[in-house]
Design a protein around this ligand. Structure first.
Ligand SMILES: [Fe+2]
Ligand SMILES: [Fe+2]
Length: 298
């Protein structure tokens, strides 16, 4: 049965976020809803959400090939989001929190997208961008792409539950509706049809719901300084990893466009980066199966 997307169960309805305004001195507040509204502002203005790559994609012509390069890196993240939620579901302290997480998970599995899970939707988009099935598994991933996934697996398994909730709620579901419109603008300019970029268009709408649902879970726990610090820490850890991710993707696009130029850049770069340590998605998944972070195929 389809989810009632407007339903406020299992607890009270989501409030409207506060409007954009001057940042308060302290992000913490006795009222959980005030704290969460402040955190929304902090997410909105974070460098990860306003990364130069996203601005460039929105305002400078990118080709389908550029988007293929971008997408093959991004694909490694897309397939892992449900794993973070599943891990949190296991350690969620009560059934209220589990219900909100499960509600999001059901959508991620395909409830709100004709039964197609979000990884399948992304694969379809990548095929339209010119990628092959082989490309999906054999493309070397920037270290900050695999680093993003490693950091989130760590957060969702080793950190307290509220840090994890901060990473998947504010860190993901609140930030995506601000990042994806910039990508969609560039994708449309590159000639992709609405149907071809369904993954991105769907998330601009669906993640508003997901963010509101997870905010209900957050509001139950954000009742003191300690809890609020954990939630905020998770959000900021996630966004820090996201910032590095976009920079890594940008580097991959530059590498593809101007391989000779990159050599010059690498020499002058303060932080030397070597591609020799990069692994493919197939190798990464094998590693995660070995570490029992992902189930084996059978
Ligand atoms: Fe999704
Ligand atoms: Fe989502």
């Amino acid at each position: 049965m389809p989810l009632d997307r407007t339903a406020s169960s299992p607890s009270s309805p989501s409030p409207r976020p506060f409007g954009v305004g001057p940042a308060p001195d302290s992000p913490y507040h006795d009222d959980p809803r005030v704290f969460l509204a402040r955190l929304r502002q902090e997410v909105r203005s974070h460098t990860a959400v306003n990364h130069p790559l996203l601005t460039r994609v929105a305002h400078v012509p990118f080709t389908r090939e550029d988007f293929k390069v971008l997408g093959l890196q991004h694909y490694a993240l897309v397939g892992m989001f449900t794993t973070y939620l599943e891990r949190l579901l296991i350690i969620a302290p009560d059934s209220d929190a589990k219900q909100w997480l499960a509600k999001v998970l059901v959508d991620e599995y395909g409830e709100g997208s004709d039964g197609k899970d979000h990884t399948t939707l992304y694969r379809e988009y990548l095929m339209h961008a010119g990628a092959t099935v082989e490309d999906l598994q054999s493309t070397p991933l920037h270290a900050d792409v695999t680093g993003f996934v490693r950091e989130h697996l760590r957060i969702c398994t080793k950190e307290p539950f509220l840090v994890g909730l901060g990473a998947v709620g504010p860190g993901h579901e609140w930030s995506i509706p601000h990042m994806f419109p910039l990508l969609v603008k560039g994708l449309s300019r590159a000639g992709f049809t609405d149907a071809e970029i369904d993954y991105f268009r769907l998330h601009m709408l669906q993640d508003e719901d997901h963010g509101a649902w997870l905010e209900e879970a957050l509001a139950m726990y954000a009742t003191g300084r300690d809890a609020q610090e954990k939630i905020r820490r998770g959000a900021l850890l996630s966004l820090e990893a996201r910032k590095k991710f976009w920079t890594g993707v940008q580097r991959k696009i530059v590498r593809w466009r101007q391989p000779a130029n990159l050599h010059v850049r690498s020499q002058s770069s303060r932080r030397r980066y070597s591609e020799s340590g990069e692994i493919t998605l197939a190798e990464f998944r094998r590693e995660l199966v070995g570490a029992k972070m992902l189930p084996s195929a059978h």
